[in-house]
Design a protein around this ligand. Structure first.
Ligand code: SF4
Ligand code: SF4
Length: 437
């Protein structure tokens, strides 16, 4: 990866021919690819997309609208990487193609400018994100949202606009950085020093999950450092072609977090954890940051990994409920974390854990995929909801904010009676049950 983009040679961003030729076209990935499964077209498969990228890299194919469409139509779920016997790093290929598209002539579209504005000036800038979140909160709480939906005025602009509006996360009453202090001391003795990423969207729309995560860390002898100066990790930017901004954000966080002495950095968002592990590759050619990034990335743990690796505070109550678990793509495919979340659930007394059919199949959220490819995202979600429904569980647990929002929306849309929660929320509920018993 690179810090600046040479706009005269965007092709240089693509992986070299040796890397692209690692794909031996065996087709083992096809059955795991949601977009291939929907279309049954080779061009919408991992193998087909790698061929397209290779042709562009070799100068045999122009960047056509069809190429742009295929790169955008991919969920970047990385299920194909899990299936691939040749360990092809497909995710980095499609992300490189997106960087090239976004920064080249084909990126000069209204949609791309809107995406760039949203990513670079709202999500990346804490102050503007908070202003936007407050406006959205007013819209959601004042009755305006209900009124607009009732009036059906959105249908005049697009038939899906009101559904997309319902997909936007409900803004939290209080943002987590208002409540979580920079230094938080545990209830017992200090056994672990952990840094905590409170995130960007997590901070404003999933503040309760951040508080639950903090609470279970405090219950388990952790001194939790949550630096006020931290910012967005850059994950969404890297996945959607905004690499220079992703690098800028990563650099900022690396500098902030490296000021502290810590054992681990705990993340409660699959996408953020996955991308922070990439900082090591992002800065491998930067003499000033390479070593810092290497140490930093090696200390990233998902909350379920961290809690299952320490001695648990056993003053935990019972939750007598059938639950099931959905694997977020950036946990199971990108970070290969599948055991820790299940072991984490086993630590909560009373739960009966029901296996979910196709638990590693994407839910269709995939960053902003459910907005830009609403209809196909809903087909993917419908499949997920059918599987969830057939477990007869009362709660579905998943470790990524995007999946939580998408499955909550799916529960309403497809009439599935299920609560959707984060593992940290469930464990904190068990600790609260102990206190009140
Ligand atoms: S990342 Fe997901 S959607 Fe994209 S090619 Fe791989 S399996 Fe298919
Ligand atoms: S990406 Fe891997 S699994 Fe898919 S066709 Fe290429 S080598 Fe085979």
């Amino acid at each position: 990866m690179m810090n600046s983009i040479d706009k005269n040679n965007l092709l240089a961003i693509l992986p070299n021919d040796d890397v692209l030729s690692q794909c031996m076209h065996c087709g083992m990935c096809l059955a795991t690819c949601p977009t291939y499964e929907l279309t049954m077209q080779e061009k919408s498969s991992p193998r087909g997309r790698i061929r397209l990228i290779k042709s562009v890299a070799r100068g045999e194919l122009e960047i056509t609208p069809a190429f742009v469409k295929e790169m955008s139509y991919c969920l970047d779920c990385q299920a194909c990487e899990t299936a691939c016997p040749a360990s092809v790093k497909y995710g980095s290929m499609v992300e490189a193609a997106r960087v090239m598209i976004s920064n080249g002539k084909s990126g000069r579209t209204v949609g791309n400018y809107v995406k760039k504005f949203g990513m670079n000036f709202i999500i990346a800038e804490k102050i503007f994100l908070k202003i936007t979140a407050n406006i959205l909160k007013f819209y959601q709480r004042s009755g305006m949202q209900k009124l607009i939906h009732k009036s059906k005025v959105m249908n005049l602009f697009s038939k899906n606009l009101s559904e997309i509006d319902k997909l936007s996360p409900r803004i939290s009453d209080v943002f987590s950085d208002k409540i979580i202090k920079e230094i938080n001391m545990p209830y017992g003795e200090v056994k672990h020093n952990v840094l905590f990423l409170s995130g960007c969207i997590m901070n404003v729309a999933f503040s309760e999950i951040n508080q639950d995560t903090l609470e279970i860390l405090l219950q388990n002898n952790c001194k939790v450092i949550c630096p006020k100066a931290q910012g967005c990790c850059g994950s969404l930017h890297a996945h959607y072609g905004e690499l220079p901004k992703a690098v800028e954000l990563a650099k900022h966080n690396l500098e902030i977090f490296s000021k502290y002495d810590f054992d681990f950095l705990v993340s409660n968002s699959a996408g953020c954890g996955a991308f922070m592990k990439e900082y090591v590759h992002l800065f491998e050619n930067d003499p000033k940051l390479a070593e810092k990034a290497k140490i930093f990335s090696s200390k990233i743990l998902d909350i379920t990994q961290f809690i299952t690796s320490i001695e648990l505070n056993k003053n935990i109550g019972t939750i007598d409920v059938p639950v099931t678990y959905h694997d977020a793509c950036h946990l199971c495919h990108t970070q290969k974390i599948t055991k820790a979340p299940r072991d984490f659930l086993k630590l909560i007394p009373g739960l009966s854990i029901i296996p979910l059919e196709e638990s590693m199949w994407c839910c269709g959220s995939a960053g902003i995929y459910n907005v830009v490819e609403y209809e196909d995202s809903m087909k993917i979600l419908e499949r997920k909801m059918k599987n969830i429904s057939s477990t007869k569980a009362k709660i579905v647990v998943t470790g990524n904010p995007g999946c939580i929002g998408q499955i909550k929306y799916g529960a309403e849309k497809f009439n599935v009676d299920i609560e959707v929660i984060h593992p940290a929320t469930l464990m904190n509920r068990a600790y609260k049950n102990y206190k009140s018993s």
